[in-house]
Ligand binder design. Structure first.
Ligand SMILES: CC(C)(COP(=O)(O)OP(=O)(O)OC[C@H]1O[C@@H](n2cnc3c(N)ncnc32)[C@H](O)[C@@H]1OP(=O)(O)O)[C@@H](O)C(=O)NCCC(=O)NCCS
Length: 179
């Protein structure tokens, strides 16, 4: 089963109908600023991205992209990706919310629920990483239960500039303590 239902959210497989909303929030410069894609994203590009997501297997190994929506109202509000390594020991997570859906705890709720499912599926350790200048993103893993394990200096070349990357790691015990 793919869907995860939390107190306020439903995490589900992407649908082709999500393309306009995905294009809209990924085109926002403040959303794209520390991400790997270049904004703006057009409708055709969003449709192609979603076509790729529809081939992914949530039971891994490999990547899976959840669409996030509110339980009380249908429609995409963000997305959460995880990648399970081939040995299944470790997974990495990343998340994006539409700007008007931030600061309500939705990202924390979504990451916590997916982490819980990954640990239940046998993953032993979850990692996350973010550009050190991305302050909102750096706070999020700590809230979920991750600890910072390092800093890669000048690790990523983002739009021509080098930046530091913060590296986070979490065990099931750390998730349990934070929840
Ligand atoms: C990273 C990102 C998802 C974090 O979003 P966020 O809104 O900060 O995180 P949450 O949804 O968990 O909300 C937490 C905030 O809501 C507040 N909040 C309000 N109501 C809340 C509630 N009912 N429950 C929990 N928290 C609540 C919390 O206090 C917290 O505030 P703070 O940041 O001032 O401490 C968002 O900034 C984003 O999409 N950024 C662009 C994409 C990106 O860079 N992603 C990272 C890639 S590595």
């Amino acid at each position: 089963m793919t869907d995860i239902v939390t107190r306020r959210l439903r995490l589900r497989r992407f649908s082709r109908d999500d393309a306009p909303t995905l294009a809209r929030y990924r085109s926002d410069p403040c959303v794209a600023r520390y991400q790997t894609w270049c904004s703006p994203i057009g409708q055709a590009e969003a449709e192609a991205i979603i076509a790729g997501y529809l081939t992914e297997n949530p039971d891994g190994p490999g990547c899976f992209q959840y669409a996030i929506e509110l339980r009380r109202r249908r429609g995409l509000i963000g997305d959460l990706a995880f990648a399970i390594e081939s040995g299944r020991d470790q997974a990495e997570m990343g998340i994006t919310l539409a700007p008007d859906m931030r600061h309500r705890g939705y990202a924390t709720e979504a990451m916590t629920a997916v982490a819980d499912r990954l640990f239940a599926a046998g993953v032993n350790r979850i990692t996350a990483a973010c550009d050190a200048r991305n302050t909102a993103s750096a706070k999020l893993p700590r809230r979920v239960g991750f600890e910072q394990r390092g800093r890669e200096n000048q690790y990523v070349e983002q739009r021509g500039a080098h930046a530091d990357f913060l590296l986070f790691r979490m065990s099931s015990e750390q998730l349990r303590r934070a929840s």
